[in-house]
Each structure stands twice: as C-alpha cells, then as structure tokens.
Design a protein around this ligand. Structure first.
Ligand SMILES: Nc1nc2c(ncn2[C@@H]2O[C@H](COP(=O)(O)OP(=O)(O)OP(=O)(O)O)[C@@H](O)[C@H]2O)c(=O)[nH]1
Ligand SMILES: [Mg+2]
Ligand SMILES: [Zn+2]
Length: 210
C-alpha cells in the first residue's frame, strides 16, 4: 500500500498508522511521487521480471509515480480539481511500461469501483489472524455474531482484535457472497440463452429439411 503526496502531509505518522490498522500484514509506504529519492523505497517491489500495478482513485498520483519510477515522463498527469480536490480521470487506458531495470509497470485509469470475485482465499490470507481464531470457535460455520464459545468475539471484546479490521473482513466476505450470487445468476441466463439458440437452430434445420 503506497500513500502518495508525503510532501503535502502535515502528520504522516498518524496517517500511516491509520492505514496500518486495516491489516497488520499490510506494508504501508509513504512517498513523494515527484521525487525519485523518495520513491526508491518502492524499488524492492520493482525487480526484473515483476509487474507492478498502479491502482487507486483518480488524482492519487499513479501516473506521476509511474513516471518517476520509469525515469521518463511517459504518462500524462494533471492537477486535481481545485474546488473538490478530485482527479480529472487523466489516464483513460491501461499502459504497460518497462522500467530500466526490467520490471514492468501497469498504469491504470483511476478506478471508481473494484469488483470482487472468487476472493475467499485472498481474504483468508489477508486476515489470517481472524481465520486462525475462527478455527477455535465452537461451531465450524460460526458467524462470529452471538454464537457461544466464539473465539473471534472474545478477541474483539478483549481488544486483541481490532473492530475495524473485523468489519472489513466481514464486509469483503459479504461482498464476495453477493457477487458470487449475481455471477451465478448471469451464467444461468447465458446457459438458458444458449439452449434457446440451439432450439431455434434445430427448428430451422427441420423446416429446411421438410
Ligand atoms: N506534491 C505532490 N503532488 C503529487 C504527488 N503525486 C501526484 N501529485 C500530483 O497530483 C496530481 C495528479 O497526479 P496523477 O499522477 O495525474 O494522478 P493519477 O492517479 O494518475 O490520476 P488519473 O490518471 O486521473 O487516475 C498531479 O498534479 C501530480 O503532480 C506527490 O507525491 N506530491
Ligand atoms: Mg493517471
Ligand atoms: Zn466465531
């Protein structure tokens, strides 16, 4: 996780620790995207053969960071809007760009939304501490709500587990469940359409034969 615009931030430590609370496995780096000395903390991620992807809202500095890491102004950048501080959606397509050392950078348009699908494993890996606690819950399908002997609840009550962190975990799993349902629905519709087309085709064949 990269926090940009370090040079404009009055209290970077507080910001960093706030983001760190999202998950203790997160690596949170802060950079001034305009300064290569500052962005050099990201070089360990940019090894030859690796591809790094810039994801984040418009105006956050993805293209600025790409240019500094590339050592060349390949991507157009644009000042954020003065009235509301939002980006101008300057980058409109994905670009794969080669760094001098052999790593690739994928600069992307500022995203409005990121949809999840089949992310259970990723969520489990990210929130491994919650998953470990959940294994000791009395019920294997514990929702960590009001079930008896829920280890996750216990950790939340004692403060060992951060409430926000648990909320994010639950939110991601709920979103995943919902997306899986809409995906299944969409696939069922396609299957139905496929069957309809087959039926029509065989009717046409019959008519032609007769
Ligand atoms: N001071 C300062 N300005 C920055 C930094 N990073 C980006 N900017 C400025 O923020 C503005 C937006 O940066 P862009 O790189 O165009 O943002 P983007 O994320 O690529 O935006 P989209 O292409 O719209 O998704 C530009 O004016 C940059 O110069 C930074 O670390 N420090
Ligand atoms: Mg951009
Ligand atoms: Zn539980």
């Amino acid at each position: 996780m990269v926090l940009s615009k370090l040079d404009l931030c009055a209290d970077p430590e507080t910001q960093q620790s706030q983001v760190q609370k999202l998950g203790n496995l997160l690596c949170v780096e802060m950079v001034n995207c305009l300064d290569s000395a500052s962005t050099s903390v990201l070089l360990p991620w940019c090894l030859s053969g690796k591809t790094v992807v810039m994801l984040g809202s418009s105006g956050s500095g993805k293209s600025t960071l790409s240019n500094t890491l590339l050592g060349r102004e390949l991507q157009t950048t644009n000042a954020i809007r003065e009235d509301d501080g939002k980006g101008r959606h300057t980058t409109t397509r994905r670009s794969l760009l080669a760094m001098p050392g052999g790593a690739m950078i994928l600069d992307t348009p500022g995203m409005r939304e990121l949809q999840l699908s089949s992310c259970e494993e990723g969520v489990a890996a990210t929130f491994v501490d919650i998953e470990v606690l959940a294994e000791s819950c009395r019920f294997s399908d514990c929702q960590h709500d009001s079930e008896p002997d829920c280890e996750v609840r216990k950790a939340l009550d004692s403060g060992e587990l951060d409430e926000r962190c648990f909320e994010n975990y639950s939110k991601l799993l709920r979103e995943q469940a919902m997306n899986a349902a809409t995906l299944a629905e969409r696939r069922a519709k396609y299957r139905e359409l496929g069957r309809y087309i087959k039926r029509v085709q065989s009717e046409i064949k019959k008519i032609k034969r007769s």
